[in-house]
Design a protein around this ligand. Sequence first.
Ligand SMILES: Cc1ncc(COP(=O)(O)O)c(C=O)c1O
Ligand SMILES: N[C@@H](CCOP(=O)(O)O)C(=O)O
Length: 478
Amino acid sequence: MFCMKYISTRGQSPALSFSEILLGGLAPDGGLYLPEQYPHFSQNELNAMRSMNYRDLAFTILSRLVDDIPATDLRTIVDKTYRADVYAYARSGQDAEDITPTLKLEDDLYLLSLSNGPTLAFKDMAMQLLGNLFEYVLAQKGETTNILGATSGDTGSAAEYAMRGKKGVKVFMLSPHQKMSRFQTAQMFSLQDDNIFNIAVKGVFDDCQDIVKAASNDHAFKAKNKIGAVNSINWARVAAQVVYYFKGYFAVTTDNAQKVSFAVPSGNFGNVCAGHIARMMGLPIAKLVVATNENDVLDEFFKTGVYRPRGSANTYHTSSPSMDISKASNFERFVFDLVGRDAAKMRELWGKVDTGGSFDLNEGGWFAKVADYGFVSGSSNHANRMQTIKATHERYGVTIDTHTADGLKVAQEQREAGVPMLVLETALPAKFEDAIVEALGHKPERPQSLDGLESLPQRFEVMEADAEAIKQFIVDHI
Ligand SMILES: Cc1ncc(COP(=O)(O)O)c(C=O)c1O
Ligand SMILES: N[C@@H](CCOP(=O)(O)O)C(=O)O
């Protein structure tokens, strides 16, 4: 019987079990949780996983990361989550039972469809599981939680759809005022459930995320008001996202000697961090391609070794708005591994980041080791997105959204002969109708059930980017 413990990247919090860290976000020392050691799948285990359906694969992987929920209960939670009727928006010709079907564009180039869930973005893959895990753990402990989250457009709706009506859960979701697409805004703000509170913050996503972290670092406030997290600072979010890298790999290979690459539209680094963890668990990955939009802090790091988060004034509002992020939370998880899990080094580096500074990992020779982890990067801009959406439609008859277009553009630059490249489809085009009309001259398809979404009445508060005022709002509404 192994015992999986989670440790903080900053090294000054006690090691805890999965259920103990499930509801929270940051560790008490301000760091992020990671497994003390990554579990590793042997070749025989990978062979056995090759023919598994999504639910079996999810259970097999998650049970190596979660050892304090009885296996029969975890199995029930997984089976309840990954159902074809939950991930029902598969393209015609795709099998919804696959949960994350692959779509071949041409030889060795695929889309990995992650956005067939209720809110049409990849966030549903983990958030639906989180909703069911939260319900289970809260019932076991007889507790309640008040979730405080930040969204640039997709985490918010995925969390609200996963948590609406759930007993013992309230959701307070911060979003950048007037910076999400019309569809994204309507998807969140039209929810009228009593347990959902949408707060439009006058600022950018990073301001919202900073407020979430400030509340999480106020230990007395967090404990008194039972503050929970659903952003990818929450380990369970990342853990759930590991599964579809395995699913995608097995879908396009026949033998574990083969490697594949994944191109990942990136902002907060949660999605590609899950790819990194899949690789650490033994998945044969050639490259992890980090694709950014004009907010290219991550691309700058992977090209130069310098991590230089930017302030609100230098964070651009783009046509792939969910990636308008200049301070990537989960990057800390990768750097922890990169610097040999040296927590003192992490405190030194994030001491600079948390006070508005930057760091250069050429110092100490750490940047030279990035290649060992398979990371490469690139960026794209509005003109690239329009061109990629148009070319993909003309060449393959497939409409992709603006974020997936960022991924595909950079994927094309990083392809290698004989190595399948999977581009993660992180949202469906219906969420970004105006951009699709600009690129193609016509609207994208949208599920009939979502017709008229933008005309529904909306309920939200507009607030300044003021952590104390937002904390008071929460106190007044719980
Ligand atoms: C549609 C879409 N694509 C890509 C991203 C970037 O993913 P990550 O923040 O995990 O890097 C996001 C938001 O995070 C998103 O909503
Ligand atoms: N793009 C995200 C930003 C939050 O990312 P998360 O993965 O940390 O929740 C969004 O759509 O809200």
